[in-house]
Design a protein around this ligand. Structure first.
Ligand code: P6P
Length: 339
């Protein structure tokens, strides 16, 4: 029986062997994992915990907040604010960044998160998840520590030092990269710890499975319409093979499936709100998911450029997302180039 490798042991060995994880970052990742365990407990209680339904408020995106959205946000803040590893936090559920209170020591890392992605699925018992991204506060003059501000967060995704998600589904699974491949840890509820269940996760370059909200078809731009039409034409069409479709309406669950068996996920720009580049948020949804996908051998673009090269201008800015099996993402991106 191979001994179980806990998240802690994995991170210590990464720190020792690869030098990817300074101890402050290792501590941060362990704190985030513990927070995800607490969120998983709250999610699993469902109606028994009185946590279903809406909170009667809206978030910065103008979306109705679920009780669990707020609970998950508070769990992540309370778990991370005192440890001394962070300069500030940013969340989908908060308009502004949250600097570490003066009563606690501040560190050099910036933590961004969508505390509970896919919350429209909470009340119908479908998988949801927490997405997180870690950046480092850049100090132009190391001798002078400037007070943290929103501009410290506005770094392209390629600057991330860690990224991951925790999916609350039939299993609670933490998926993580620090730039040395992708590892998956399943929560062992008897031990109360995350256990390594897969490392060096790899996405096949080709796939026969796409994920998109088909109800928006009439609003898509031509390149996306062409790509999906060709998939739907199946073996008799230009692709010469049949495709399957999945749409869970929970990015964490759709990305987890793609990391597990391949596929391509699309949430493209559409004509409904032409001034919005897309629905999903760059900083705490698209960037962390793009790094995981790239670290597993996949690709992630907004149709015209690599998502992780996008220079952000706003904390909550949105982006069009095409990610997953490399050859499919490259095909969709090539169709955009021909327009
Ligand atoms: P739609 C969830 O609200 C989310 O942000 C992503 O997790 C998901 O992929 C997408 O929106 C679903 O959007 O328009 O299909 O409900």
């Amino acid at each position: 029986m191979t001994s179980k490798i806990s998240l802690t042991r994995y991170l210590v060995e990464q720190q020792r062997a690869e030098g990817h994880i300074p101890s402050e970052l290792r501590l941060l990742l362990e704190v985030v994992a513990r927070a995800c365990k607490s969120i998983s407990q709250a999610v699993n209680k469902g109606a028994l915990g009185g946590v279903l339904g809406t909170a009667g408020s809206e978030n910065v995106q103008g979306e109705v907040q679920k009780k669990l959205d707020i609970i998950a946000n508070e769990v992540l803040i309370e778990a991370n604010e005192w440890g001394g590893h962070l300069a500030a936090m940013a969340s989908e559920e908060m308009d502004e960044i949250l600097p570490i209170p003066n009563r606690y020591p501040a560190g050099e890392y910036l933590l961004l998160f969508d505390p509970l992605d896919g919350s429209s699925n909470i009340d119908v018992n479908v998988s949801i998840g927490t997405i997180f991204s870690v950046l480092k506060k850049q100090n132009d003059d190391p001798t002078k520590i400037d007070p943290v501000s929103t501009k410290d967060f506005l770094q392209p995704g390629r600057q991330q030092v860690a990224a991951g998600y925790c999916v609350y589904g039939p299993q609670t699974t933490l998926v993580l990269t620090v730039g040395d491949g992708v590892a998956m840890f399943t929560l062992d509820r008897e031990q109360g710890s995350f256990v390594l269940t897969q490392e060096n996760v790899t996405i096949p370059a080709d796939t026969q499975e796409f994920a998109i909200n088909m109800s928006n078809m009439r609003h898509w731009d031509e390149p996306v319409k062409r790509y999906i039409d060709e998939c739907l034409e199946g073996a008799q069409g230009p692709r010469g093979k049949n495709f399957n479709m999945r749409w869970i309406a929970s990015m964490v669950a759709d990305v987890h499936r793609i990391l597990t068996r391949g596929g391509v996920f699309l949430y493209p720009w559409d004509k409904r709100e032409p001034n919005k580049p897309g629905k999903l948020r760059l900083m705490y949804e698209a960037n962390p998911m793009s790094w995981l996908i790239e670290q597993a051998g996949g690709a992630a673009t907004n149709g015209t450029q690599r998502i992780m090269d996008i220079a952000p201008t706003q904390l909550h800015q949105r982006v069009s997302v095409i990610l997953g099996s490399k050859n499919e993402v490259e095909r969709v991106t090539a169709y955009h180039a021909k327009v």
